[in-house]
Design a protein around this ligand. Structure first.
Ligand code: A3P
Length: 274
């Protein structure tokens, strides 16, 4: 870089696109959009608006391509991207480690049973002729006891402990922050405090930024990034879930229990799913 360029950069006067310092890597339907929209209110955070899918789909385009998809930042600003499929992509931990071994990793997790229903609700909204959730959750076997179908995406993605194990081969636990999807709805300011501390940011996003919108049924922002007007997430966030047979819900809860307990052990956090 030329001395002039360096001068402006060091003064923080010249915006440059940088590779992300932190990633929201998952989980799908955990509340990842809410987290991204809330944290990007912080003046020291710049975020890629869309899911870039670099570490799963577009890795062959190279790091320079990835960097160009990022927003320009001034000195001292963090760059964040979110693509929830990274959490379940085999190659993602190795690739992210290769990019920068000190990348901070945020994972929004949610009760795997509700997450599965949320995932299904999204899928059926795009493909209305899908079978019922109750049918898809179990392997078709009239002879044996109904067995949970772990090959079905919405069920499989909830096995958080399995996926986390792969990440821990590349990153220490201290580089992760696990955000509770449930608490993000009930008390967003509290979760955002944890997130800002983890990212080494001043606590700027607080209770004052949120209000509960009773029409939406979710917390919304008084002011969003770059706009002065209130903002709730879009229609695809906070969908009504279909009624699910209570017996099926119980079977799924029983199925997930050991995996959840394993996940609590690994993270040192009891998320309170039952
Ligand atoms: P549902 O649509 O099933 O309710 P993601 O952004 O990772 O796809 O997650 C979507 C989920 O975020 C929604 O699932 C919703 O429950 C949750 N969520 C958390 N905070 C929200 C908020 N403030 N507004 C809307 N949805 C929110």
């Amino acid at each position: 870089a030329s001395p002039k360029y360096r001068f402006f950069r060091e003064q923080g006067l010249r915006p440059v696109r940088q590779l992300p310092n932190a990633l929201i890597v998952g989980v799908k339907k955990g509340g990842t959009r809410a987290l991204l929209e809330f944290i990007r209110v912080h003046p020291d955070v710049r975020a890629a608006g869309n899911e870039i899918h670099f570490f799963d789909k577009y890795y062959s385009k190279g790091f320079e391509w990835y960097r160009q998809t990022m927003p320009p930042t001034l000195e001292g600003q963090l760059t964040i991207e979110k693509t929830p499929s990274y959490f379940v992509t085999k190659e993602a931990p190795r690739r992210i480690h290769l990019m920068n071994p000190s990348t901070k990793l945020l994972v929004v997790v949610r009760d795997p049973v509700t997450r599965a229903i949320s995932d299904y609700t999204q899928a059926i909204s795009k493909k209305p002729d899908m079978k019922k959730f109750e049918a898809l959750s179990f392997i078709n076997s009239s002879m044996r006891m109904k067995e949970v179908d772990t090959s079905w995406g919405p069920v499989k993605l909830g096995l958080y402990a399995r996926y986390l194990l792969r990440w821990l081969k590349y990153f220490p636990l201290s580089q992760f922050l696990f955000v509770s999807g449930e608490r993000l709805v009930v008390d967003p300011a509290m979760e955002l405090k944890r997130v800002q501390d983890f990212l080494g940011l001043k606590r700027v996003v607080t209770e004052k930024h949120f209000y509960f919108n009773s029409t939406k049924g979710f917390p919304c922002l008084f002011k969003s990034e770059g706009r002065g007007s209130p903002k709730c997430l879009g229609k695809t966030k906070g969908r009504n879930h279909p009624y699910i047979d209570p017996g099926v819900l119980q079977k799924l809860r029983d199925f997930y229990r050991p995996f959840n307990n394993r996940f609590y052990q690994m993270t040192g956090i009891n998320f309170g799913w039952s």
